[in-house]
Ligand binder design. Structure first.
Ligand SMILES: [Fe+2]
Length: 125
């Protein structure tokens, strides 16, 4: 059984999908099971992926990460999500943008913040 809000990736074509209603025990893409993305929480190398939350004008601003992550064509943050009890807010990013986004939520409502790097995968705070 899949779980609400879980993210899966196809290791062949790179498709990433999010569960918005749980159902089948497995997802298949390119004729093979998709891999569930497990969010990492600790940076090790020079590149920083763990999202950082700072106050914004209308809510919170999420930055990736403590050192600004590259936003190049081949390596960039593709989306940032803020999870509350009842909502998933997603900002879709493109190369050339800053690796950050503002979300209209109050910080106490935030359960989790996560981001996806096309090379280094899923990270959360
Ligand atoms: Fe990365």
């Amino acid at each position: 059984m899949t779980n609400l809000r879980d993210l899966y990736k196809c290791s062949v074509c790179g498709n990433v999908v999010e569960i918005v209603h749980p159902g089948a025990p497995a997802l298949v893409c390119c004729n093979q099971p998709m891999e569930k993305l497990e969010a990492k929480t600790q940076d090790a190398g020079n590149e920083k992926h763990v999202p950082v939350i700072v106050p914004g004008e209308a809510g919170i601003v999420v930055k990736v990460g403590s050192v600004e992550h590259p936003m190049e064509e081949k390596h960039s943050i593709r989306f940032i999500e803020v999870l509350t009890k009842e909502q998933v807010l997603r900002a879709e990013l493109v190369p050339g943008q800053k690796p950050m986004a503002e979300f209209p939520v109050k910080q106490p409502e935030v359960i989790e913040v996560r981001e996806y790097c096309n090379i280094h995968g899923l990270w959360k705070k």
